[in-house]
Design a protein around this ligand. Structure first.
Ligand code: GLC
Length: 434
């Protein structure tokens, strides 16, 4: 009975992440920005990535015919890596294979790949991985566990499947052999710093053999990080598209988000986020101690649309100007102390307040116990004088810190105010009064 109870408790509380050594996560937590790249045959006609045939927006054959238009004729891997470097990102995750099963690299596990089936006729992944390494960027490989094209994968479209796994276990075994084989190929060829699995919801940890996948990866490279989509065997949480309004409780997390409304290139999608919106979202992510993985969607010729280039360059300019408030900083003030995002230097001696420039005339901080040695605008030479309001001399409750931001020191998007503290940050979060 006791064993049963323990088993029940374990299943009930089964963590959705693995036990991870936190030192290995450090580069990831310091990185703040990653660039996601969805590049595949869906860019040819601009269908949604893989889901187009699964959801029956296009018949499977019509979807797959896009491979005949994938030429990558203007693709320059080194230019891509330079652009990513310019964005301020420290890592990049690229779709080695999406749910449609088309590999960007020369897989030996089957014949469905860009080098074998498309007019591009070459492995388009390897040169990019090399270019990332040359730019000292960390390499992340997106790999879909789901493979709707594989004849031994049960799932196919939203209302049809090939077989039931319970009835044909040997067929599923054939598929897992293929899956593990591709993971081994990618691991041997690229030694990725990060693995970004997707589609784990389709099967259980046991069915995917998730534990073995994790072991296989860590055996080849003990420092590798795995995202949280491996049925409990990943290292960090991956909220998608929707901003987590309450601060995630996981040690490490990353919000993945599209730059417009789609992961892959679609000429009809012009609903781009603005530079201001991207910077605001990014500031909010890092203020909550997370990363942003911002998706770019190259065309099938291998070039990025101008708007995408413009946006990530603007983001990059802003990030480089405010680098000290970003890289190596940690989550900032808890809610209630400041209306906006903030970060804190690792030694807790510098507090950075992020302020929307269009209403950045005056801001204030609540419950700050520390003496402020200096207040200034990051990226400029402007110092500002804090005004302490409502401090009662006989009470230990700190006053409010009001800061007026000079109009000429404001950033085009988000202004960052730095408060250098005399001692590590100390906060008052009581109810006020005596
Ligand atoms: C979802 C989608 C997939 C996309 C991914 C990116 O899992 O299935 O199409 O690539 O999100 O996070």
């Amino acid at each position: 009975m006791r064993i049963l109870c323990l088993l029940f408790l374990f299943i009930w509380f089964k963590p959705n992440l693995a036990q991870t050594d936190s030192t290995k996560m450090q580069w990831f937590k310091d990185a703040k920005l990653g660039i996601f790249i969805h590049w595949g045959i869906y860019a040819v006609e601009g269908t949604t990535e893989s889901w187009a045939f699964y959801n029956k927006q296009v018949p499977y054959d019509a979807y797959m015919r896009q491979i005949k238009g994938f030429k990558a004729e203007n693709y320059q891997a080194t230019e891509w890596a330079k652009l990513i470097k310019e964005s301020g990102a420290k890592y990049c995750v690229i779709t080695a294979k999406h749910h449609d099963g088309v590999a960007l690299y020369d897989t030996k596990m089957n014949g469905l790949s860009i080098p074998k089936k498309s007019p591009a006729k070459r492995d388009v992944l390897s040169p990019f991985v090399q270019a990332l390494k040359n730019e000292q960027l960390k390499v992340g490989i997106y790999y879909s566990l789901i493979d709707w094209s594989h004849p031994d994968y049960p799932g196919f479209t939203k209302d049809s499947s090939r077989y039931n796994l319970l009835n044909e276990p040997l067929r599923w075994q054939k598929f897992t052999k293929f899956l593990h084989g591709q993971i081994q190929e990618l691991s041997t060829a690229y030694q990725p710093d990060l693995w970004w699995f997707d589609g784990d919801w389709d099967h259980s940890a046991q069915e995917w053999q998730a534990k073995e996948i994790r072991e296989r990866i860590l055996k080849a490279k003990p420092s590798a990080i795995i995202n949280g989509r491996l049925q409990g065997y990943g290292d960090y949480a991956t909220p998608e598209q929707n901003f987590p309004v309450s601060k995630p409780t996981e040690e490490a997390w990353e919000l993945c988000m599209t730059i417009n409304d789609n992961w892959g290139y679609r000429s009809i999608d012009t609903n781009y986020k603005t530079a201001y919106e991207l910077i605001s979202i990014f500031a909010d992510c890092i203020g909550y101690g997370g990363n942003l993985l911002l998706d770019l969607a190259p065309k099938s010729d291998g070039t990025f649309p101008d708007r995408q280039k413009y946006l990530i360059k603007e983001l990059g300019k802003w990030i480089h100007k405010h680098a000290e408030a970003i890289y190596g900083a940690t989550a900032g003030l808890p809610q209630g102390h400041f209306y906006g995002a903030s970060t804190l230097s690792k030694d807790s001696m510098n507090l950075y307040l992020f302020v929307n420039s269009s209403n950045a005339n005056s801001i204030y901080v609540k419950g700050l116990k520390n003496k402020i040695l200096k207040a200034e605008i990051v990226g400029t030479a402007e110092a500002i004088k804090p005004k302490i309001v409502g401090k009662i001399y006989w009470s230990s409750v700190p006053g409010l810190v009001f800061l007026d931001i000079p109009p000429d020191a404001q950033d085009d998007y988000i202004t960052v105010v730095k408060l250098s503290l005399e001692k590590p940050l100390q906060l008052y979060n009581g109810k006020g009064g005596l």
